[in-house]
Design a protein around this ligand. Structure first.
Ligand SMILES: [Cu+2]
Length: 154
């Protein structure tokens, strides 16, 4: 007689309903916690991968047989531009004005300024330059001066 009474006490309808309710609440809160964790993860994971890499700090100019592309590139002060040679000839990127290369106002380099690759960069190779001076800087391929472009540094 003691066992049925105990059974009835533990598994009354009210208790079953409240147990189901508690299980549902735990399951639902678990689902929402997972969901918010997932969105927090993706929110914190995306911006650094966008920010640290090529998008804000390094810009790309591609040199082909048709010339530099984009011909005009706008960057922020302190950013580095990658000049990638995808043409069939050598690419000697240097500041205007050919042949003195003195437009970019930093002394040094091999002719008139530090904005000067000082050599022909072979096809499939790249040359990088960091622009620390604001202004509109024209440049050209010293080995084929008709190919020119502009870097606008803000
Ligand atoms: Cu030149």
């Amino acid at each position: 007689m003691g066992a049925p009474k105990f059974f009835k006490g533990v598994f009354s309808i009210n208790k079953i309903v409240s147990i189901i309710f508690i299980v549902l609440v735990i399951a639902l809160s678990g689902f929402f916690l997972m969901d918010s964790n997932t969105s927090t993860y993706s929110n914190s994971a995306l911006p650094p991968s966008l920010g640290e890499d090529s998008v804000t700090e390094k810009k790309l100019v591609i040199y082909t047989d048709a010339g530099y592309s984009p011909a005009a590139l706008r960057i922020k002060k302190g950013e580095t531009v990658i000049f990638k040679n995808q043409s069939s000839r050598s690419m000697w990127t240097a500041s205007a004005i050919h042949p003195s290369h003195r437009s970019y106002p930093t002394t040094g380099g091999c002719l008139g300024s530090t904005f000067d690759a000082c050599k022909g960069v072979q096809p499939d190779d790249s040359w990088l330059f960091t622009f620390d001076v604001s202004g509109s800087w024209k440049y050209h391929n010293h080995l084929n001066p008709g190919d020119a472009g502009t870097i606008e540094v803000k």
